[in-house]
Design a protein around this ligand. Structure first.
Ligand SMILES: O=C(O)/C=C(\CC(=O)C(=O)O)C(=O)O
Length: 293
């Protein structure tokens, strides 16, 4: 584990190998984050982890190295509801990044529209207790009714609370994007209880999307993440127009087993074997959600 003299952790490799797989032209890394730089964008007082700086230059360098064209930057919990670092990264991207914000649900319409002008196209509700102190469902539902046109809601939760969350998810009337498929236990296989429950959510309406992401988080056996490939490939095959893919760089909280970004990219053809499936996963679906205008 890499920790600097201020106790700030590094959860990413400094020189990731290039992948063998080449993404299609215009491919979008639709789940990644920036951290700081902390001297300009201090971390939240409520942050549950304090990472080293992983700013836009590093992110865009990785994008080019891995063969991607665009990024969707998701506000990480260590920056709380101050989206300045995310907006700064988008502003430096020459139009090649858009973002997902985390907001105080009391945010005004004016502030939401300022976020839209800065490239934000959705907000994230995080239900992981190890990352956030509270997740007020009633206030989340209220702000979800006031989003600018074309926005969606990203939800991050673990599989054991999916059933409990269903009434809340069902009540959100804008499109949903579920981070890491709601963290199913992939060792249960493609027809295990977690995947079946997740499929019930997907079947309940046609505007629920998912990120087929994070073998490193979901498959404890480690590379080559066979259980992940086996559980996730059928989901991507059955819902080709609803899946997104991302690196999850800089891999928050993964400092004890830092994933290899090249190996993560090489997972793509294992979950989306055809060129058409890859184009939908990496280009068409994220472009529809993030670059519709
Ligand atoms: O972003 C991720 O993929 C996962 C995270 C961090 C996170 O979500 C956050 O800090 O907001 C995690 O599971 O620790």
């Amino acid at each position: 584990m890499s920790v600097d003299s201020e106790g700030r952790i590094r959860s990413w490799t400094l020189d990731p190998p290039r992948p063998r797989y080449r993404p299609p032209e215009g491919a979008v890394d639709a789940h990644c984050h920036v951290f700081g730089p902390a001297d300009r964008f201090p971390f939240s007082a409520k942050a549950k982890y304090l990472p080293q700086d992983a700013g836009p230059d590093m992110l865009f360098g990785l994008r080019d190295r891995l063969g991607f064209a665009r990024n969707v930057i998701v506000q990480a919990s260590c920056h709380g509801t101050d989206n300045a670092a995310t907006l700064d990264a988008i502003a430096q991207s020459d139009g090649r990044a858009r973002g997902v914000a985390v907001v105080d649900p009391g945010i005004s319409e004016e502030e939401l529209h300022a976020l839209h002008a800065g490239g934000i196209r959705g907000i994230r509700f995080n239900f992981l207790k190890r990352l956030v102190d509270d997740a007020p469902k009633d206030r989340f539902l209220e702000v979800a009714t006031r989003l600018p046109a074309g926005w969606h809601v990203v939800v991050y939760f673990e599989a054991d609370i999916l059933e409990e969350l269903r009434p809340f998810l069902d009540a959100i009337r804008v499109p949903l994007v579920i981070d890491h498929m709601g963290r199913p236990d992939v060792t249960q296989g493609p027809d295990g209880p977690d995947m079946r429950a997740f499929r019930r959510l997907l079947e309940s309406r046609d505007d629920v999307h998912f990120k087929a992401t994070c073998p490193d988080r979901l498959d404890a056996a480690g590379p080559p993440w066979d259980a992940f490939a086996e559980a996730v490939a059928p989901l991507v095959a059955d819902y080709p127009d609803r899946c997104l893919w991302g690196t999850d760089w800089p891999h928050p909280n993964m400092q004890d087993a830092i994933p290899d970004d090249g190996a993560l990219v090489d997972m793509i053809p294992r979950i989306a074997p055809t060129e058409e499936a890859q184009r939908k996963l990496l280009v068409d679906n994220p472009m529809r959600l993030y670059w519709a205008d």
